[in-house]
Design a protein around this ligand. Structure first.
Ligand code: KMH
Ligand code: ZN
Length: 272
């Protein structure tokens, strides 16, 4: 099996300091959380940014500051900005971080009810526009899969030339409105991927470590972080994103899977 790539989703757009006081808002805090995850073994930082008061933003200048801070602290880490942003943002607003030409960025090929009554809107035209912009700028998409139909859409857009092979997917499992975090549904998604794809699994809330374990034993990769889950174990808040990454590293080591450093992650994902 390939070495394990760990992505740390350190911030997200929805989690707040009320959920976990270590949630980063300021550039300093984002740097601190990225460094804690990197030191623990993360090779990718999935990045959202906030105003200092915690408001989610996709502002290009704010991303520029966060990217510079992370590069200063963790020079070789792969930075993967969000193009999902927060529910309700326009497509142009969401695409702003691409101006920094990151190595990767997220791209969601479908619409989903997001945690209840919010709707995370991604029409097919949105997905095609995001993919076209990423292709022009040399940004590899991580295709966010919130439900099985999104894999089918990705394969269709791959045939049409919008998504290049080999594709890299992230199964986001366990949000209210999306696919459940179950072994059956994980197997269903895995079985649906085209040959040669790579995939990461992000289990939401209490599903984070069980789904990480399934990914580890199945040859996939793992995403953890405050965006998805703020608890280290039942009732115990993580003190940092690094603690969540450390837990994945412990599980992987017990299961005999080695951890990829950023250079190894780049090779596995065909970056650069
Ligand atoms: N905040 C969600 C609405 C992504 O980063 O691309 C979308 C999201 C996905 O977080
Ligand atoms: Zn995100």
């Amino acid at each position: 099996m390939e070495k394990l790539i760990i992505t740390a989703a350190i911030c997200g757009a929805e989690v707040t300091k009320e959920h976990n006081p270590a949630t980063p808002y300021t550039i300093e805090e984002i740097g601190r959380e990225a460094l804690s995850a990197y030191n623990a073994g993360a090779s990718i930082i999935h990045l959202h940014v906030r105003e200092d008061d915690g408001t989610a933003t996709q502002d290009a200048a704010r991303y520029g500051l966060a990217i510079a801070k992370i590069k200063q602290l963790c020079p070789d880490v792969i930075i993967q900005p969000s193009t999902g942003g927060a529910v309700g943002m326009t497509d142009e607003e969401r695409m702003q971080p691409l101006t920094h030409k990151p190595e990767m960025a997220t791209l969601t090929p479908g619409t989903v009810n997001f945690g209840g009554d919010d709707i995370f809107i991604n029409s097919e035209t949105t997905a095609k526009n995001f993919a076209t912009r990423m292709n022009e700028l040399g940004v590899k998409p991580e295709i966010e899969i919130f439900d099985k139909g999104m894999v089918d859409t990705a394969m269709r857009l791959n045939k049409q030339g919008f998504f290049k092979s080999p594709m890299h997917f992230n199964f986001v499992m366990g949000i209210n409105g999306g696919i459940a975090a179950t072994t059956r549904d994980f197997a269903y998604l895995l079985d649906s991927l085209p040959a040669g794809s790579t995939f990461t699994v992000a289990g939401i809330g209490r599903n984070e470590f069980p789904m990480a374990t399934l990914a580890i034993v199945s040859g996939g990769h793992v995403r953890v972080g405050f965006e998805d889950n703020v608890y280290l174990s039942k009732g115990i808040l993580a003190k940092s994103n690094g603690q969540l990454v450390e837990k994945v590293v412990r599980i992987a080591k017990e299961l005999g899977r080695e951890i990829a450093n950023p250079a190894e992650a780049r090779k596995i994902l065909g970056l650069g």
